[in-house]
Write a protein that binds this ligand. Structure first.
Ligand code: TMP
Length: 237
């Protein structure tokens, strides 16, 4: 499958049309941004790492019976996906306090939550993706009540599954972000699942193995992405 036309360029990926109107190619870039692109940089080979990790994790999710937009990995940076109508909510699940939740509630990072926290953020760059609830999402027509019910149930299933998978690799899944989209009358998991969109802490040491190394200038960024690629690849066999 060949790329036809650039349809959309995001912060970390480009999306191309193909000769099949129902399929797109998403191409993973090395560009890294944080804080809604107020911080910009490059992480060498990040696109290759995130494409491979996402491909493995989407296949894992599919194996659990959850449909995703993943069709196949085409090459180092390109993934063939089903063309979605993206639902404009970012779905976050948190198992441990970090990042935005620590800031919003004045809590120390690292507190293990008694039960996972589920959040919606309105996908709206000019507003910095504000936290919303299901009432907002329904009232401003981002999604229906039924769609949100499916998204919530599915996100919790994915959390349980990913927590297990990463525990087997000696990694705590702290939090992560998902996006969903419409494909005919189905809702599919879209976007990516990668160190850009998850927080991973090494068990025992809490060493950060994700994009927080870039956000917070912790160093060893490229090496850490490669380390995650090696770990996820080893866990997938
Ligand atoms: P947060 O603590 O900054 O809200 O982030 C929660 C999780 O969501 C974290 O794993 C990183 C991910 N995330 C994204 O994928 N994209 C974003 O734009 C933001 C803010 C967070």
């Amino acid at each position: 499958m060949e790329k036809k036309e650039l349809m959309y360029e995001g912060k970390a990926k480009k999306v191309f049309s193909t000769e099949d109107p129902s399929l797109y190619i998403q191409s993973f870039k090395d560009d890294a941004t944080a804080f809604n692109a107020k911080k910009k940089g490059t992480i060498q080979n990040k696109g290759i790492v995130n494409n491979k990790i996402s491909s493995i994790l989407f296949q894992l999710v599919e194996k659990k019976g959850i449909p995703t937009h993943f069709v196949k990995q085409l090459n180092d940076r390109d993934m063939l996906v089903k063309k979605l109508e993206i639902i404009k909510v970012e779905v976050t699940i948190r198992n441990v306090v970090a990042g935005g939740m620590a800031k919003m509630l004045g809590l120390e990072e690292g507190i293990v939550l008694d039960s996972p926290v589920f959040e919606y953020h309105y996908k709206h760059d000019a507003l910095d993706d504000p936290l919303i609830n299901d009432y907002h999402a329904i009232a401003i027509n981002l999604a229906t009540k039924e769609e949100l019910a499916y998204i919530e149930k599915t996100a919790f299933t994915i959390n349980a599954m990913l927590k297990d998978f990463f525990a087997g690799l000696g990694i705590d899944l702290i939090d992560f972000k998902l996006e969903f989209g419409r494909y005919g009358d189905e809702i599919l998991l879209g976007d990516e699942i990668s160190p850009d969109t998850c927080r991973f802490w090494e068990k025992g040491t809490n060493r950060k193995l994700d994009k927080d190394r870039f956000r917070r200038d912790l160093g060893g960024i490229e090496e850490t992405y490669q380390e995650m690629l090696a770990k996820v690849t080893s866990g997938a066999v």
